[in-house]
Design a protein around this ligand. Sequence first.
Ligand code: GDP
Length: 295
Amino acid sequence: MFDNLSDKLDKALHNLKGHGKITEINVAETMKEVRRALLDADVNFKIAKEFTNTVREKALGQNVLTNLKPGQLMVKIVKDELTELMGGDAAELNLTGNPSVILMSGLQGSGKTTFSGKLANFLLKKKTKKPLLVACDVYRPAAIDQLHIVGEQIGVEVYSDRGNTNPVAIAKDGIKKAKELGCNVVIIDTAGRLAVDEQMMDEISNIHKAIEPQETLFVVDSMTGQDAVNTAKAFNDVLNFDGVILTKLDGDTRGGAAISIKSVVNKPIKFIGTGEKMEAIDVFYPSRMADRILG
Ligand code: GDP
C-alpha cells in the first residue's frame, strides 16, 4: 500500500539523518522533496503546500526543545501531521437508531454493493447486530442479484422489490421489513452512475430526506486519485454525509485520496476496503495509516 509514496518520503527524510541539526536550509530542502512526494501521490497542491509549511514551522520550532536527532524529529512531525490530516482519531459509526439506518452513496463501480456486504458481515460478527441489506438500485437488475449473492454468502437477509421503480418506497419498505424481522441495522445500497449527474444526486438526496439515516456513507474508489476527492465534494454538498469509505486500497493506489479527502470535505474516513472478499474490510485508523506510510 502506497509503496511509492513511502519510498519517496523515506528518501526525503533520510537526507536529514546525516545532519547534526535542523536548519532553515536543510528543512526547506527536505520539505521540497516531501511536497514532491505528496504531489506524485496525487495529493492536492494546496494541501501538500499547507502540509509542508506546517511541518517546517514545527520542525524549526521544536528543534531546540528536543533531544531527538533531526531525522527522527522530522519523521515524528511528519507522522503526527499526516495522522492529523487524515482525521486524527478513528471515527465510529453511529448505530443508535432502532433500527439504525445506513445509507450508501457513491458512483457505480466504487464498491458500494461489495462494501454493503462487508459492513453487514463486520456488524454480524459483533453478535449484538442483526443487519438487513436493502437493494435500491432500480436500474440494474444485476445489482440486485449481486446484493442477493453477497447476502447469501454472509448469511444476511436481503430485501428487494424488483417490480418497484421507486427507490424511496423500496428504502422505506426495507426499513419496515427490518422491524418485522427484528433487524437492528439496515444497510441501504443505492444506484450509482459512472459520473456525478443531477438525476443521481436528486435520487439519493430524496432517499436521504425520506429515511433520515443515522449514517450516510460515501463510498469511493481510492484508485481514482484526485477525482475521488472531487466526487466526495459533490456528494457532500448534496448529502452532508457522515463518513467516507475508501475502497480498493489493496490495489496500486498512490495514496492521495486517503491523505486529502478528510481535509477537503471535513468528514472522516471510517472504513477501508482492501480486497474483493467479504472479510477485506478494516476500520480506518489515521495513526496506523501514517505509520504504514512512513514505514
Ligand atoms: P458498486 O457499483 O459501487 O456497487 O461497486 P461493486 O461493489 O459492484 O464493486 C465494483 C468492483 O470492485 C467489483 O468487481 C468488486 O469486486 C470490486 N471491489 C470492491 N471493493 C474492492 C476492494 O476493496 N478491493 C478490490 N480489489 N476490489 C474491490
